[in-house]
Design a protein around this ligand. Structure first.
Ligand SMILES: [Zn+2]
Length: 136
């Protein structure tokens, strides 16, 4: 099932994040100098101010930090009861991704639930969505 959603604005800094899914990889910008994960991607490490960064594949495992259930059809084709969530990555709990929880009834989504990335292609982008670990 393909959901209607507005596509993100892509910059040269963020393109790898939105296209890594083509190879099944969730790519997070990481500082070469101190290994800090930087998200959203900016090309500048906020920890040590290094501009030397690369994109590091991470496991795609995360936990639901917070979520809300969208009850309104914001655009044609967007389903009701879509779960909008913020998840924190296992490798880097300070990295929070805004996403949707899929393959899960909205009433079954819970705080701290283990989820895993699942990519949905939209034009030339691969949108990282998350599904319950058991169903991923
Ligand atoms: Zn750094």
């Amino acid at each position: 099932m393909t959901l209607a959603r507005p596509l993100p604005a892509i910059t040269s800094d963020s393109r790898p994040f939105w296209t890594g899914g083509e190879r099944g990889e969730l790519l997070i910008e990481q500082c070469d100098a101190c290994d800090y994960y930087i998200h959203p991607p900016t090309g500048l490490c906020p920890e040590c101010e290094s501009r030397a960064t690369h994109y590091q594949p991470v496991s795609g495992k995360a936990f639901v930090e917070t979520f809300t259930i969208n009850k309104r059809e914001w655009m044609p084709g967007m389903p009701e009861n879509m779960v909008l969530a913020m998840v924190r990555l296992v490798e880097a709990p300070h990295v929070r991704l805004v996403t949707n929880i899929v393959n899960c009834a909205p009433d079954d989504v819970a705080f701290d639930m283990a989820v895993r990335v699942k990519f949905e292609q939209a034009e030339d982008l691969w949108i990282p969505l998350f599904a319950p670990e058991a169903a991923a």
